[in-house]
Design a protein around this ligand. Structure first.
Ligand SMILES: [Zn+2]
Length: 148
């Protein structure tokens, strides 16, 4: 997955603003941008269903390290590469593991309060017996948007 975060970083690295007076760690902001990109891509890979606006979220994390004039380009680059990453993740075979080798689990909790151990369906992260929760979730989301 790191090729996606590296690609974002590489495209943007030239425009990162560094503080002039920080001689001890002259590349601090570069490091921060790279870490933020990695964290966003990792979260997209492992926690996609809870990560509502990945591009906006990453942009919010790193935009302070870029000049005003670069902001639009930063957002476009982020959107493009997170789009590629998302497409890549959607094409992964559903073999019960995420791209890091962690077993996939249904997002629901059982009545005993433990996490459901069944294999989730790729489109919403719930197992077949918990599909109704995804529908409720959609309705809640729609209601939230309507109220906003
Ligand atoms: Zn389940």
């Amino acid at each position: 997955m790191y090729r996606f975060s590296r690609a974002i970083y590489r495209e943007l690295a030239d425009e990162i603003v560094e503080e002039q007076y920080n001689n001890e760690c002259p590349r601090t902001n570069h490091e921060r941008v790279l870490r933020a990109c990695e964290a966003a891509v990792e979260r997209l890979a492992t926690d996609r269903h809870y990560f509502a606006y990945p591009a906006r979220s990453l942009f919010g994390d790193i935009r302070v390290y870029f000049p005003m004039s670069a902001q639009m380009r930063v957002l476009r680059v982020i959107e493009r590469y997170l789009g590629f990453a998302d497409e890549f993740l959607r094409r992964q075979p559903q073999n019960g593991y995420d791209v890091y080798g962690n077993p996939l689990q249904c997002r629901a909790s059982t009545r005993r309060g433990t996490q459901c151990q069944r294999m989730p369906l790729p489109h919403n992260g719930y197992c077949p017996s918990h599909q109704h929760l995804a529908e409720t979730e959609d309705e809640e989301l729609a209601a939230a948007f309507a109220a906003a």
